[in-house]
Design a protein around this ligand. Structure first.
Ligand code: PEP
Ligand code: MN
Length: 370
């Protein structure tokens, strides 16, 4: 991949265009979640050469897993497999580094792009150490968002690399670890992605739909949405045999679904405004997903009402309800108008939710009929 694909060609820059934004070709980073064996790496890389316009082949060597009993990655031993991929296929290669030692080892093996994982980004000491180890290098370093939705922490980690003279610093939006049920493994927050792009105009913004979605069926949908939201790259987990992958099996695509997805996205980009039917279908299906999320969210709220009802006596509950509604509406009106919702709609919606909540509470055994 040409360097200009990261930062935009000189003519694009002169024309004030940000590379890849909706119209240009996105930077594509694809490959398995984890390196597992030299054979699996070559099989995956050869498949990535065949289709999907891949710019960088990815594979994780040091895996930051939640449980100590899960596969922890092959470690530094996989660096020579990545080098082999580079030599055999001519592709550029990328991996995650989680500490200074990983970064120094990766540099010894001529890795072409490094990324910093979501768990690492939350620790400024470690980020600073990695940035020092990479001082002045001219390979791209991409910084994932931290697990929690903290724009300042994400921005701060990126700034540490920029301050030390790393020339190509980009960001990866991989969604956030949020409380509550969701159709996503790590729900995306497009507003945070946009805010980071506003603070760092022209930054390469890669979206990682695999870690956002958590399941392969959702990956194409999230990828399209990411491009609409102004991402100019995608990092996608692709495995030759996803069902038997040693990590993140449910979210990895097989090579042929990956090619199909990239081909469909290319087609969509070239669709004329008069030929929008496939996009309308996609949007409708995204709306269905949001509707499911709404139902889960309302159900969680009713469960909270039930728990409160079990803890309070009936007189206290009667007193609490109108006051709660007033306070909630005040807070929510502000939020809603920021998001372009009409205040009277928000009022009607929460009136209805509150009515149902009263019903749920009064049907709890022992409440209002003591
Ligand atoms: C990964 O890219 O495989 C990974 C571990 O990602 P994250 O840091 O986003 O969880
Ligand atoms: Mn993964």
């Amino acid at each position: 991949m040409k360097m200009e694909k990261i930062n935009g060609s000189e003519s694009d820059k002169k024309a004030g265009k940000r590379y890849g934004e909706n119209s240009g070709n996105p930077v594509i980073i694809a490959g398995p979640c984890s390196a597992e064996s030299p054979e699996q790496m070559l099989e995956a890389a050869n498949a990535m050469k065949l289709g999907g316009n891949v710019d960088y082949f990815r594979a994780g060597l040091w895996k930051p897993r939640t449980s100590p009993d899960s596969f922890q990655g092959v470690g530094a031993g996989g660096l020579k497999w990545l080098r082999e991929v580079k030599q055999e296929t001519g592709m550029k290669v990328a991996t995650e580094v989680g500490c200074e030692k990983h970064a120094l080892e990766a540099l010894k093996y001529d890795i072409d792009l490094l990324w910093i994982g979501a768990r690492t980004v939350s620790n400024p000491f470690v980020v600073q150490e990695i940035a020092e180890a990479l001082r002045g290098v001219d390979i791209p370093v991409l910084v994932k968002n931290p697990l929690n939705p903290d724009l300042e922490l994400w921005y701060g980690a990126i700034a540490r690399f920029m301050k030390l003279g790393i020339k190509e610093v980009g960001a990866i939006h991989r969604g956030f670890s949020l409380w509550g049920k969701s159709i996503y493994r790590n729900p995306p927050i497009w507003k945070i992605q946009r805010s980071l792009q506003e603070r760092l105009p022209g930054i390469l913004m890669v979206c990682d739909p695999s870690h956002i979605a958590g399941k392969r069926s959702l990956v194409p949908l999230v990828s399209r949405k990411a491009m609409e939201e102004g991402a100019n790259g995608l990092m996608i987990e692709v495995h030759p045999d996803p069902a038997n992958a040693m990590s993140d099996a449910p979210q990895q695509l097989n090579p042929s679904s990956f090619y199909d997805m990239i081909r469909d996205m290319d087609l969509e980009r070239s669709l004329s405004a008069a030929d929008e039917d496939p996009l309308i279908d996609e949007l409708t299906s995204e709306m269905d997903q949001v509707d499911e999320l709404l139902v889960h969210t309302i159900a969680s709220r009713m469960e909270l009402s039930r728990q409160i009802a079990r803890m309070k006596n009936s007189d206290r509950l009667r007193d609490l309800q109108p006051a709660n509604l007033e306070k909630a509406l005040e807070r929510l009106h502000g939020l809603a108008s920021e998001d372009g919702l009409r205040p009277d709609f928000v009022h009607r919606l929460f009136d209805e939710i509150q009515r149902e909540s009263c019903h749920v509470q009064s049907s709890c055994p022992g409440v209002f009929n003591k």
